[in-house]
Design a protein around this ligand. Structure first.
Ligand code: NDP
Length: 366
């Protein structure tokens, strides 16, 4: 039972690039943000600091001409958020109530009540769950096994080598196509004889001479040594049952991502996969005062820099909302925290009691 209530103007969920950027901005705006993150849990795939904590070299984050290690970058983000007074809390949120403001977040022993909520709980790559896939030192994760070609593909270990991509969706086609810039050959291993990917992405991959497909096949195990990294995979043909050891230097698992939104089901609008829907003109969700940033609302770009960018947007949106300024909603209209609606065409304001007033000065004839 909750026995302590904490009150805040801004609560942020998640400590990846989106959450920490939102923290930096709201802390500098003197909003005293509370950032809540789940404790590290290998089974539930929670890692304070987010997906960059399981990445090695980050070469594409602007500002680091020589590259930086993922965990080091997140440590810098965190220090910057701390410097301006962000308060951190590591706990499991068990339930949320977003039906009215202030919103209520429940943990084992506390109720956290907040005027605005920034959700930056990220997405987790789906994994195959096979031997050799786990993070170093229990497997080759981070040392030849990756779920992000954009992050890891350009690393020297993968250049001019034979690589395996697992999956048959758009992500797999995109990763395979991207990897051909560096790799000698890319084999896409798919469990069926048909791809799920969109036609245009399939055709692009089929046309690429560096890509070959291995159909009706599952990767059973990733083989190698900690010194050499990945050296092969054990493949099993799902129709014949035949197995083979297939030499390769890297495995990219591209079987989809799962946004971390279970907590918000039935309370916030999401797409069929579970990504939170935001306005497009702002980070507003369909509940006024709740904003979403980073991979939890982005199935397309999924980069640290775009996550940080939307974290900044969410902070500014929350700030505007607390200052009673209108924020763009997914419907196209704008809404204030007092419940005023500005119509999508900006021509009228609807007050909380239902009155419509013009949003423009009357035209003066000259
Ligand atoms: P999808 O769910 O579309 O595809 C996942 C693929 O992985 C499927 O081919 C599936 O096989 C396979 N798979 C799933 N689980 C396993 C498993 N345990 N073992 C082996 N294979 C498995 O995910 P994506 O990430 O590809 O795409 C997600 C969404 O993001 C889609 O809507 C996509 O269109 C979009 N997207 C768009 C991009 C773009 O437009 N540039 C780029 C990337 C993604 P099966 O087919 O047999 O189910």
């Amino acid at each position: 039972m909750a026995n302590e209530t904490i009150k805040r103007d801004v609560v942020i969920i998640g400590s990846g690039p989106a959450g920490l950027t939102a923290a930096i901005y709201t802390a500098r705006a003197s909003l005293k943000p509370l950032l809540i993150d789940a404790p590290a849990d290998a089974h539930k795939q929670t890692t304070p600091g987010g997906q960059l904590m399981i990445t090695t070299d980050v070469e594409n984050y602007p500002g680091f001409s020589k590259g930086i290690q993922g965990p080091e970058l997140m440590e810098e983000f965190r220090r910057q958020a701390e410097r301006f007074g962000t308060e951190f809390m590591e706990t499991w949120i068990t339930e949320v109530d977003l039906s009215e403001r202030p919103f209520q977040l429940y943990t084992e022993s506390q109720t956290i009540s907040t005027e605005t909520l920034i959700i930056a709980s990220g997405a987790s790559a789906k994994w195959l769950g096979i031997p050799g896939e786990a993070k170093v030192p229990n497997g080759f994760g981070g040392n030849g096994v990756s779920a992000c070609a954009t992050c890891d593909g350009p690393l020297p270990a993968f250049r001019n080598r034979t690589l395996v991509v697992v999956g048959g969706g758009d992500t797999a086609m995109e990763e395979a196509t991207f990897l051909t810039r560096y790799a000698a050959k890319v084999y896409v291993v798919h469990r069926r004889d048909k791809l799920r990917a969109s036609k245009i992405m399939q055709e692009k991959a089929f046309r690429n001479e560096k890509i070959e497909f291995i159909w009706n096949t599952a990767v059973q195990e990733i083989l190698g040594s900690q010194e050499e990294g990945v050296t092969a995979v054990r493949l099993r043909n799902l129709q014949t049952g035949d197995e083979q050891i297939f030499p390769c230097s890297g495995v990219f698992v591209a079987i989809g991502h799962k946004p971390n939104t279970d907590l918000f089901k039935g309370q916030l609008d999401m797409d069929e996969v579970g990504y939170l829907k935001t306005s497009g003109h702002s980070t507003a969700t369909d509940v006024p005062g709740v904003f979403a940033a980073g991979d939890v609302q982005d199935s397309v770009y999924r980069q640290a820099i775009t996550a940080a960018g939307t974290g900044c947007m969410a902070a500014i949106d929350a700030e505007r909302f607390l200052d009673h300024l209108p924020v763009a909603m997914p419907s196209g209209e704008e809404i204030t925290d007092e419940g005023e609606h500005v119509t999508a065409d900006h021509k009228a304001i609807i007050t909380p009691d239902g009155h419509m007033i013009p949003n423009q000065e009357p035209q003066v004839e000259i």
